[in-house]
Each structure stands twice: as structure tokens, then as C-alpha cells.
Design a protein around this ligand. Structure first.
Ligand code: HEC
Length: 339
């Protein structure tokens, strides 16, 4: 396809992956803007998007094989709110404090990621924010939440990260949880009851302290190097092409090996696999160097897109300790209409 690896030289420069490690706390490590164009500018060619017949409703889970079936976004939204999100206030007591069903300690909420996951995200947010129809692609279950929060731009307000390590005031999640005129959409948790100020302060403290992951705080990062989370999830239908496209790994990847060939976003057309017009910028999420962000230079047109990370071949990835990727990843999502 006439592609060239242009990213290969980056690792030799002053901004290689190793230097992006956010080890100091209280420092806002912004996303390293290491973008480079994937592939050549290709000739824009009008391709008829595949037809999207209406498909049955129902909350789809990721990793199913139904990625090519379609359903209107409105149905997806309603299903998510009405189906997955019946009942309000789950996980919170009358004061908006987490009801502690997870820990044996009555006040276990602490300013570390695992505690916030176990006491807030899992019991309160996951009933809506999970699966292929998670609102704004934001899955907050344990397997996805850190990768999709820290250093990842908000879908509603892309100028702000969902979490900016070191800076709660410019973390969109805090604004959404506090409510107020500056947000798009509604205060979270949608429909209330809302988190108490005390709970919010703990989440802010975790962000001020550098928004460390459970792993960097002493948890496990052992096991074979692999893709650990993606967004949009496999089979998802998204409305606009501007949302963050995220590929997260269980170890920090060696950024010098990240290129258009090692982390691919391609368009699936009736004529075959095509490059994405305009190319894609690849960056590491600020404060979260195990997460790679793909930013299309042009808004994605409607159609089916394939995200793939090959484990074999000269272009395959390795982690910062030169451990090769253990298995390939492939998933697809559909952009239903252009912005
Ligand atoms: C009842 C369902 C529901 C619950 C519970 C819920 N959300 Fe949401 N969330 C939504 C919907 C729907 C949207 C998109 C529409 C909107 O923003 O109003 C959304 C959007 C968001 C966004 C914006 C994402 C972006 O990229 O711009 C954030 C952040 C968020 N929610 C965080 C949370 C957190 C944290 C919790 C738990 C404390 C939570 N939500 C609980 C339904 C829910």
C-alpha cells in the first residue's frame, strides 16, 4: 500500500518513551505530542459505505462477533440508559458516600486508584459505563477504566482530558461529577444521587498526587505483553469520528517501535482494506505511557474501521523491556455518521 514507517526515528530523539515515564508526582505530564503521519496522504476516493440494516437491540458485550451488524445510535443510547441503568443511586448512601460492599472496613475510600475503582466506579458507574454501548466510549469497569481515563481526551470536550495527572481542575471527570454550567451533557452519575464532597475530594486528591495506577502503586504488571483495553470497543457504533481512539497495553510499549504499521487504524471498504484519509497521529497518553492514542487528522467518515496490532513481523511491538507482543489484536468499530 505504499506505506512508509516514519515513526521509527522517534525513539532516537529526545522524546523517546523512556523519558515520558511520569515518575514525579505533582507534575502535570501532558500528552507528549509525538504525532506523526501514518502512511502517505492518499488520494481521497469516494467509497460507498456498507449498508447498515437495523439490527436487534440489546446490550452487546465487547468481543462478540457481531461487529458488522448495526443499529441506530438512538436505540443504542436508550438501551444503555433504560436497560443497563435501571434504578438510581446504586452504590451510594443517602449522603452520596459509597456504600461499602467491597471492603470490610467501613471507610475504605482512599486516594488510590484501586480504592476509587472498588468503591466508586465499580458499584456506581459500571451499570451504565460498560460494554460496547458505554456512553462516550467510556468503560469504567476495572479492566478498562484507568486506560480510558488518564491522559485520554474527553469525547464531550476534547480540549480536556478525562483525567489530567496532577491537575484535578482540568480533569473533565471532576467537572462532570461536580456539575455546573461548564459541562456538556448532565452531571454524573446520570440522574443522581451525586457523589458527596468528601468522595469528590478523595478523587481529586488521587489526581493531584499524580493519578497513579494500581500497578504503579505496587500492583502487578507481570504476564505476557498484550493489548489490555481498546476504545471504541469491538463491535461498537460511534456517531462522530472525533472521539479518542485508544489502544492500551498491560506494559509500557517501546514508543520507538510504534508506527502506522505496528498500531494500525484502517478503513474496511467493499473493495478491501484502505488507509485512513489524512493519516493518524500517534501519541502516548499523558501520565499514562501504557496507553496509545490515535487521533485521525481528518474526522472519520462513516463506515467500518479496523484496529489491529500485529504480534508477528518486523513491525510488531515490544515493551520497554524488549518483550515482544504475545498475541495480535484485531477489532472493528463503525462510524454511523460524519460530524
Ligand atoms: C445512569 C447511567 C449513568 C451512570 C450511573 C453514570 N453515567 Fe456517566 N454518562 C452517562 C451518559 C448517558 C453519558 C453521556 C451523556 C452526558 O454526558 O450527559 C455519560 C458521560 C460521562 C462522562 C463524559 C465522558 C467524556 O469522554 O466526555 C464522564 C466523565 C462520566 N460519564 C463519568 C461518570 C462517572 C465517574 C460515573 C460514576 C460516578 C458515571 N459517569 C455514572 C450515563 C451514566
Amino acid at each position: 500500500m505504499g506505506r512508509e514507517t516514519r515513526g521509527g526515528a522517534l525513539g532516537a530523539g529526545p522524546t523517546s518513551a523512556r523519558k515520558l515515564r511520569p515518575r514525579s508526582q505533582h507534575v502535570c505530564v501532558r500528552g507528549a505530542r509525538l504525532g506523526f503521519i501514518i502512511g502517505e496522504q492518499i488520494k481521497a476516493r469516494e467509497v460507498n459505505p456498507p449498508a447498515h440494516p437495523p439490527a436487534p437491540t440489546g446490550v452487546r458485550q465487547p468481543n462478540t462477533t457481531t461487529s458488522k451488524s448495526a443499529r441506530p445510535l438512538a436505540v443504542s443510547f436508550l438501551t444503555s440508559v433504560l436497560g443497563a441503568c435501571a434504578g438510581n443511586g446504586q452504590g451510594l448512601d443517602a449522603n452520596g458516600d459509597p456504600v461499602n460492599g467491597v471492603s470490610t472496613h467501613p471507610h475504605a475510600l482512599a486516594a488510590d486508584f484501586k480504592s476509587i475503582q472498588d468503591n466508586v466506579f465499580t458499584p456506581v458507574c459500571v451499570r451504565c459505563h460498560s460494554g460496547a454501548s458505554a456512553p462516550q466510549g467510556l468503560q469504567l469497569d476495572e479492566a478498562h477504566s484507568y486506560a480510558l481515563l488518564v491522559g485520554v481526551p474527553s469525547a464531550e470536550q476534547p480540549a480536556l482530558n478525562r483525567v489530567t495527572a496532577g491537575d484535578p481542575n482540568s480533569s473533565y471527570i471532576i467537572r462532570k461529577l461536580q456539575g455546573g454550567p461548564g459541562i456538556s451533557g448532565e452531571q454524573m452519575p446520570l440522574g443522581g444521587p451525586y457523589l458527596s464532597q468528601g468522595t469528590l475530594n478523595v478523587i481529586k486528591q488521587w489526581i493531584s498526587d499524580g493519578a497513579q495506577s494500581a500497578a504503579s502503586a505496587g500492583g502487578q504488571t507481570t504476564g505476557a505483553f498484550a493489548v489490555s483495553a481498546i476504545s471504541p470497543p469491538d463491535g461498537a457504533h460511534v456517531r462522530v469520528g472525533a472521539r479518542p481512539i485508544v489502544v492500551a497495553f498491560n506494559h509500557e510499549p517501546d514508543f520507538s517501535r510504534i508506527s502506522e504499521a505496528s498500531v494500525r487504524l484502517e478503513r474496511v471498504t467493499p473493495e478491501g482494506i484502505r488507509e485512513v484519509p489524512g493519516g493518524v497521529m500517534l501519541t502516548l497518553a499523558g501520565g499514562n505511557p501504557a496507553t496509545v492514542l490515535l487521533t485521525p487528522r481528518l474526522a472519520l467518515a462513516s463506515g467500518v474501521y479496523r484496529l489491529s496490532v500485529p504480534a508477528a513481523g518486523a513491525d510488531s511491538l515490544a515493551d520497554v523491556n524488549a518483550q515482544p507482543l504475545a498475541r495480535s489484536h484485531t477489532s472493528e468499530f463503525t462510524v454511523d455518521d460524519a460530524p
